[in-house]
Design a protein around this ligand. Structure first.
Ligand code: FAD
Length: 455
């Protein structure tokens, strides 16, 4: 690629990843696809595309060591079976599997009996309740688990290792996209350090506050919740046996998610769970200041004695909760994916899973188009992605919002109806099996990667 100071700047050759130095100390990178945002969704997207040989640039605002630091993201994610198939298909799962705890059992209950008066009603999903063949085979013996709990930083580490193996990728950590000139034959993205990336297609994976969405003039509906999430890791006396617990408390859901055991500084093996605790925003600052012992007592008050004595360890994090739904997912030369397209309440642990399904669907459309020599930024290619993903995401946003409102309410008649619903649902195996397959992410028109096939 040659240097150019002409205006307008000619589009560099597609696929040419070399840097060109332009007057004004700018340098330019030409590629087919620019993914903006190297969170978990952006990294998975880049791994899928570059792994299939499509020249891809991944620009991420944060620097590399920060992305996997203990203080960066304290969350663990429930990764559904279908999402694991995708992570496996893009070559990243092997790098995180050792840190993933299988979910074999899910117990959902209304209220904390020791806090608010017992609700004897709960829903209990056990992985063995699914008949053989209900989900695509993993190739391993036995029924697969519902999913896995894995620390986000382990997911990031695994994806980063996979990205390092993709020659078609140019990874630009520490590079924030400041501005984009959208053109008919491609776009030019200006990075904060002065470099420019020109690409036929830009994929916005830059999270709920997506600045690319705003630059493209795409609006979004947003809805705040009155509560926020406290997230921390805790050790407990008794093993969790792969059970994920969710208690619907009046202020919002409280989840204990099973993690892999680890070994402490004294060489002792510890049982661990990840806590996602929704709480009134006004009392969160006070809770975050409690000593480990006092916070442990507050956790036990909400969770009960099932896991014995509970002690929080490591840093504590808090996340504001907000629903975001982009007005459209695509325009000429641009596609939105992950939280940039749809941010939802974590009540069902589905935000990242929906983003992974975006990755599987968009990568399939783009890889097929690339093989046919089609223009990756054309609406003919992108509209198929938007149609495929919009309904699924909309349904999940609606379900998570509806569940949040239904359960964040302690009005006695409503609670009675809710508990009766729990009781009947728990007794109706066909309904439970449908819900289990939804939770595993194996329902609907599934992309090849989710079905365990190659891209
Ligand atoms: C408390 C909590 C618990 C959750 N639990 C689960 C769960 O169990 N299971 C599940 O599936 N989901 C869960 N989620 C949701 C999940 O975490 C998100 O859906 C997911 O992290 C979204 O990933 P993303 O890559 O789309 O966005 P983000 O993680 O927000 O990443 C966006 C990236 O873009 C970068 N960026 C932003 N602007 C720019 C720019 N201009 N230039 C370059 N880079 C930029 C940012 O630095 C960031 O790294 C949970 C969410 C919360 C809040």
């Amino acid at each position: 690629m040659t240097a150019s100071a002409a205006t307008p700047t000619p589009m560099p050759q597609i696929g040419d990843k070399r840097l060109s130095h332009r007057p004004g100390n700018e340098s330019e990178i030409a590629t087919e696809v620019l993914v903006v945002g190297g969170g978990m969704v952006g990294m998975a997207m880049a791994a899928a595309l570059a792994g299939a040989g499509i020249p891809t640039v991944l620009a991420e605002a944060e620097k590399l060591p920060d992305l996997t630091a203990d203080t960066f993201d304290g969350r663990s994610s429930a990764i559904a079976y279908g999402s694991q198939q995708v992570l496996n298909g893009i070559g990243a799962w092997d790098y995180m599997e050792a840190e993933a705890e299988p979910i074999r059992d899910i117990r959902v209950s209304d209220g904390a009996w020791h806090m608010t008066g017992a609700s004897p009603f709960f829903v209990h999903y056990h992985f063995a309740d699914l008949p053989a063949g209900a989900v695509p085979s993993t190739g391993k013996a036995g029924q697969p688990p519902f999913g896995w709990i894995i620390e986000n930083r382990a997911v990031r580490r695994g994806l980063l290792r996979r990205l390092g193996e993709c020659p078609a990728l140019t990874h630009l950590p520490g590079s924030s996209v400041r501005d984009i000139d959208f053109g008919e034959k491609g776009s030019r993205a200006h990075l904060a350090d002065g470099r420019v990336v020109s690409a036929r297609l830009i994929i916005a994976a830059d999270g709920r506050q997506s600045s690319v969405r705003r630059m493209a003039g795409i609006g979004a509906r947003t809805l705040g919740y009155a509560h926020a999430a406290i997230v921390c890791t805790a050790t407990h006396e008794l093993p969790h046996h792969g059970v994920a617990h969710e208690h619907f408390l009046p202020v919002g859901p409280f989840a204990m998610l099973p993690m892999t055991d680890d070994v402490d500084a004294a060489g002792q093996r510890r049982h661990r769970s990840s806590i996602v605790w929704t709480e009134d925003e006004r009392i969160i600052p006070m809770l975050l200041q409690l000593s480990d012992a006092d916070l442990g007592r507050e956790i036990e008050r909400r969770f009960g004695p099932t896991l014995g004595h509970i002690t929080p360890i490591g840093p504590r994090f808090t996340y504001p909760l907000k629903l975001v739904l982009a007005d459209t997912y695509v325009r000429d030369g641009l596609a939105l994916a992950g939280d940039a397209a749809h941010g939802m309440h974590p009540i069902a642990g589905q935000g990242f899973n929906m983003g992974v399904r975006d990755v599987a669907a968009l990568a399939e459309k783009l890889v097929d188009a690339h093989r046919l020599g089609l223009d990756l930024g054309s609406m003919a290619v992108l509209e198929g992605y938007a149609r495929w993903r919009r309904f699924d995401n909309l349904m999940m946003v609606a379900v998570t919002d509806g569940l949040t409102r239904l359960f964040s309410n302690d009005f006695p008649p409503l609670r009675l109806v809710r508990d009766l619903g729990f009781f009947l649902f728990n007794k109706t195996m066909p309904l439970k099996r449908i819900a289990m397959r939804h939770a595993m992410g194996v329902v609907g028109d599934l992309p090849r990667l989710v079905r365990g096939e190659r891209l």
